[in-house]
Write a protein that binds this ligand. Structure first.
Ligand code: DGL
Length: 277
C-alpha cells in the first residue's frame, strides 16, 4: 500500500527554553512555515545526564513531534544533537517513512567554522554532555582538519539560566571562571562557539568576559541559514513542510511557567500548552 504523507509543521525540540533562541532565528528567516516547539522542561537539564537517558528522552520527544504531524524535526539542542542524533538517524528513523528527517545544530556550526577562524584555533562552551561526546572536535575535524578545537564544559550556566539567575553576580562569577579556563588552553583562540542554545541569553555577560579580539558565535542564524539551504536542496521534504506561518508551543512542565520565561528567549510573548509525557 502506498502511504501518502500530508504536509505538517516543522518540529523544533530542546530540553527546555534554549531552543527558542534558534527557533527565533528560523522563524525570522523562514516565516512561511508552520512550526511546533517542544520543550522538555520537566526533565531539563539534559546536559548532565547519561548518553542512554539523553537518547531515550530525545527520542520520546521526537516521536511526539512526529505524532503531531511533523515530518522534519530540528534538535535545537546541542546536547541532544551530540548524544542522540546519530542513533536516531541510524536506527530509530527506520520505523518511519524515508521522508521523516531529524537534523541537529552541531553540523551546521562546524561546517562553517573553518571560514571564520584565522588562527585555526576555536573554543567551544557547551554542556558536560556535549563536551564529553567530543562532537565538536570530531565534526570540525571532518570539515577542517587543520582547525583545533578547545572545549570547556559550563555545567552551571544552564541551571543559572533556567532559574532566572543569569543576570546576577553568580552568573558573573561562573562566566569569568569558564572563560579563563578555556583561554588558558590556548592564547591563540580567535573564535568561540556558544555550543549550547541556552547561552545566547547570557550574551552580554560572556561578551564582557571574553577579550574583544575574539569573535563570539551563537547558533541561531547559522542554523536558520543552513535549514533554508537544506530545504532548497530537498524539495520532496520541503513540500511536506506545511505553509501557513502558524506557531504552537508545548512544554512538559507548567504552561504558565513556560509562558512567563519563554519571551526572554523568543523575543515575544508565547502561549504554550502543557504536554504530559
Ligand atoms: N540547550 C541545550 C543545548 O544546546 C542544553 C540544555 C540542557 O542541559 O538541557 O545543549
Amino acid at each position: 500500500m502506498l502511504l501518502v504523507l500530508t504536509p505538517g509543521p516543522i518540529g523544533i525540540f530542546d530540553s527546555g527554553y534554549g531552543g527558542l533562541t534558534v527557533f527565533k532565528a528560523i522563524a525570522q528567516k523562514l516565516p512561511q512555515y508552520d512550526y511546533v516547539y517542544f520543550g522538555d522542561n520537566a526533565r531539563a537539564p539534559y546536559g548532565i545526564r547519561s548518553f542512554d537517558t539523553i537518547h531515550k528522552y530525545t527520542l520520546e520527544c521526537v516521536q511526539h513531534l512526529f505524532d503531531m504531524g511533523c515530518k522534519l524535526v530540528i534538535l535545537a539542542c546541542n546536547t541532544a544533537s551530540a548524544r542522540a542524533l546519530r542513533t536516531i538517524q541510524q536506527h530509530d528513523l527506520a520505523r518511519y517513512s524515508p521522508q521523516h528527517r531529524v537534523l541537529g545544530v552541531i553540523r551546521p556550526t562546524t561546517e562553517m567554522i573553518g571560514e571564520v577562524t584565522k588562527t585555526r584555533k576555536v573554543g567551544v562552551f557547551a554542556t558536560s554532555g556535549t563536551v564529553k561526546s567530543e562532537s565538536y572536535v570530531i565534526e570540525t575535524n571532518k570539515f577542517f582538519p587543520d582547525v583545533q578545537v578547545f572545549q570547556e564544559a559550563c555545567p552551571m550556566w544552564v541551571p543559572l539560566i533556567e532559574n532566572n539567575e543569569f543576570d546576577g553576580p553568580g552568573a558573573d562569577y561562573f562566566v569569568q571562571k569558564n572563560v579563563d579556563v578555556l583561554l588558558r588552553q590556548s592564547p591563540d583562540i580567535d573564535t568561540i562557539i556558544l555550543g549550547c542554545t541556552h547561552y545566547p541569553i547570557m550574551w552580554d555577560k560572556i561578551r564582557k568576559a571574553v577579550p574583544a579580539h575574539i569573535r563570539l558565535l551563537s547558533q541561531g542564524d547559522i542554523v536558520a541559514d543552513s535549514l533554508a539551504d537544506y530545504l532548497t536542496r530537498h524539495p520532496t521534504l520541503e513540500k511536506l513542510c506545511r505553509h501557513g506561518g502558524h506557531q504552537s508551543f508545548y512544554t512538559t512542565e507548567s504552561a504558565e511557567d513556560f509562558d512567563a520565561k519563554a519571551g526572554i528567549f523568543f523575543g515575544k510573548v508565547v502561549g504554550s500548552k502543557h504536554f504530559e509525557l
